[in-house]
Design a protein around this ligand. Structure first.
Ligand SMILES: NC(=O)C1=CN([C@@H]2O[C@H](COP(=O)(O)OP(=O)(O)OC[C@H]3O[C@@H](n4cnc5c(N)ncnc54)[C@H](O)[C@@H]3O)[C@@H](O)[C@H]2O)[C@@H](O)CC1
Ligand SMILES: Nc1ncnc2c1ncn2[C@@H]1O[C@H](COP(=O)(O)OP(=O)(O)O)[C@@H](O)[C@H]1O
Length: 275
């Protein structure tokens, strides 16, 4: 990879200042599902930590805590038994990922509503999107312009029925306008659209990413950059590119668990070019 070949969001990447401390580098939360559905949140949390968030905390239903606790080290854990407790745990966070294996149900809707009342940037993925399949307007009214939706094609169709007939770029642009948030339409050529009309198509995708859980890692990476106060559209572009670059470097046999460990090499090449 040469400096000339590096994409133009690189100037906006967050690097730690000399006087950085973990809180200053950004605090990311990831909402976990119930005890039998915790892996997706752990993948997202690890992606967020590797991409540079100074502190990552999994927020989980009480029954999941005993499952998650033995599987994490640097990642922190806060169980919540009510939406009030979730608000309290999330109000000091800079960004929160909600959706990976969260459950397609009313608690996920309620959790999203309360997270929208915090100042955190929201990254809404997977079940956080599907939970609003029949009521997308209710999701959109919760969102700020720096929040990010990360649907795959199936999830996009649930929130924006028929829109893909316009083509993926036009569909993503219209979706971002309707949602009033950044939309990351995932696929072989992921399209990233902002509500102000900015649009980018990622060009380094690889089919090695077509394996369960890679989208969860991506949501965590976007959240990790947003927690470091990178503009959400640029954070999404950067994360999508780095995610694919990490997958390309690994190649055959890739599983989602491998992605976070490949990020340091991708970050190092970008850091070297940063000078
Ligand atoms: N390690 C884990 O714990 C993992 C948990 N996951 C979670 O598992 C739950 C169910 O995931 P599923 O993948 O079954 O749910 P999906 O909503 O992704 O899939 C349900 C249906 O949607 C359609 N679909 C899926 N991906 C599509 C695509 N790219 N393009 C077009 N249509 C598509 C297919 O018809 C599929 O049968 C979610 O909560 C998800 O977050 C997954 O993220 C995988 C990893
Ligand atoms: N054929 C492909 N080429 C390039 N990237 C792909 C391909 N298939 C899937 N991906 C990428 O893999 C990720 C899959 O995410 P997602 O569908 O949400 O999976 P999961 O829910 O299992 O995490 C997305 O980033 C998507 O862009």
């Amino acid at each position: 990879m040469t400096v000339d070949a590096l994409p133009d969001w690189r100037a906006a990447l967050p690097w730690p200042a000399p006087d950085a401390h973990k809180h200053a580098r950004g605090r990311l939360g990831v909402v976990s599902g119930r005890a039998t559905q915790t892996g997706a949140a752990r993948l997202a949390a690890r992606g967020g930590l590797r991409i540079g968030a100074g502190l990552v905390r999994i927020l989980c239903p009480p029954d999941a805590a005993a499952v998650i606790a033995p599987t994490i080290e640097a990642i922190m854990l806060t169980p919540f038994g009510s939406i009030e407790a979730l608000f309290e745990a999330a109000e000091s966070l800079d960004a929160v990922v909600i959706g990976p294996a969260a459950g397609v149900n009313e608690p996920t809707q309620g959790n999203l509503r309360v997270l929208a009342e915090t100042g955190a940037v929201l990254v809404v993925d997977a079940d956080g999107l599907t939970a609003f399949e029949h009521r997308p307007a209710e999701l959109f009214e919760l969102l700020d312009r720096d929040d990010v939706l990360t649907p795959h094609t199936g999830e996009f169709e649930r929130l924006f029925p028929g829109l893909l007939e316009a083509g993926r770029e036009a569909a993503a642009r219209e979706a971002a306008a309707r949602a009033g948030a950044v939309v990351v339409l995932k696929g072989p050529e992921t399209v990233i659209a902002a509500p102000d009309g900015r649009l980018a198509v990622n060009d380094n995708g690889t089919p090695w990413l077509a394996t369960a859980g890679t989208g969860d890692v991506l949501a965590g990476m976007i959240g990790g950059l947003a927690a470091q106060r990178m503009d959400s559209f640029e954070a999404a572009r950067a994360a999508v590119w780095m995610h694919a670059e990490a997958a390309r470097a690994f190649g055959p046999g890739l599983i989602a668990e491998d992605l976070p460990g490949r990020l340091p090499a991708v970050l190092a090449s970008l850091y070297a070019a940063h000078g």
